[in-house]
Design a protein around this ligand. Sequence first.
Ligand SMILES: *[C@@H]1O[C@H](CO)[C@@H](O)[C@H](O)[C@H]1NC(C)=O
Ligand SMILES: *[C@@H]1O[C@H](CO)[C@@H](O)[C@H](O)[C@H]1NC(C)=O
Ligand SMILES: CC(=O)N[C@H]1CO[C@H](CO)[C@@H](O)[C@@H]1O
Length: 346
Amino acid sequence: MCSANITIAMFLMACFTIYMCYNSTKNFAETCLSVLKMQNYKCTKGEPDTILLIWMWPFGNSFGFGPCSSAFDIHGCRLTDDRGLFNQAHGVMFHHRDIRRDLSNMPQLPRPAFQKWVWWNMESPSNSYPLPLLKDLFNLTSSYRGDSDSPVPYGRITDTTEEEKKYTIPKKDKFVCWVVSKFKTDFKRSQYYTELVKFINVSAYGRHFNNPINGKDYSSLVSSCKFYLSFENSIHRDYVTEKLFNALALGAVPVVLGPSRENYELFIPSKAFIHVDDFPSPKELADHLKLLDQNEDLYKQYFTWREHFVSTETLFGLEHACRICDHIRRNKHYKVVKDLNSWFWG
Ligand SMILES: *[C@@H]1O[C@H](CO)[C@@H](O)[C@H](O)[C@H]1NC(C)=O
Ligand SMILES: *[C@@H]1O[C@H](CO)[C@@H](O)[C@H](O)[C@H]1NC(C)=O
Ligand SMILES: CC(=O)N[C@H]1CO[C@H](CO)[C@@H](O)[C@@H]1O
């Protein structure tokens, strides 16, 4: 919806003013026409909303359609899961992990020429599988990858408000913590952890350690740790998940294992985290953590970024839908994703 009402009101006032103030021989309508010419104003009623159809809910879970306008300042988007709107939809979103191998749950109707199909995936290549039939099907991509048409990282570092600048590091009664659900011995993170605990004690939680932690205790637990092992389950470019952004938001210094330090620095300030690759071996990392544990001033340096920024988590689902809808609205040109599989899994 454009600000059409305000524009029309201003337009009529301009007509009226000119009509009254100048001894014009023209009638009111003619005066208006000349104002239109003067303004070169296209009197459109406002562009119709861009319709984005969510063909399948991610993992079957509805995330609820909040308005894109209040959450992301994105206007002119209408999100729907009503398949009856297929022929009108400007974009249709398909969640990769919910697509059947034989595509039997994809639309069987002919696709309108203007419609763009969006491939949507937040899982890493290791946690999702390429489907051969998806090769030349999509027009746009929505994922955590920075080179997606509509990239949505798992979290963001944003400016603080004046209120948020007053920050105190939460009280600590734990040294290094880790919460993990999947502990597979072939995961790099499991191997690193096994070495690390030879040199330091880690407070470990989760199913694998028979020490489950429920959702509501998670935040206070992480806040009470000096360091948090933000270890990714698989190593891929830009695959930097909520394990990192949560630790930053909750005031534990993240020790990361994932893509390169350089890659992390595209997302968060270089001095906000410790990378396992900063050290030749787990022993040296352990020594550094022990040093920081003893030296409050050194430890505090990992929080200087916090004077200027905060860490915020992505609203899974809604943010993807709103951002891709906005992208479709702004980019009307023809576009195809040539070889999805070699781009994402190659
Ligand atoms: C872990 O903590 C226990 C009890 O405080 C201590 O005896 C042990 O030496 C610690 N282990 C390491 C590797 O620091
Ligand atoms: C979208 O991609 C498909 C498959 O590559 C293509 O046939 C179609 O014309 C494209 N549509 C638009 C609007 O770009
Ligand atoms: C401002 C304006 O339009 N003035 C016009 C008023 O009417 C006389 C006579 O028709 C014109 O000569 C002026 O230009």
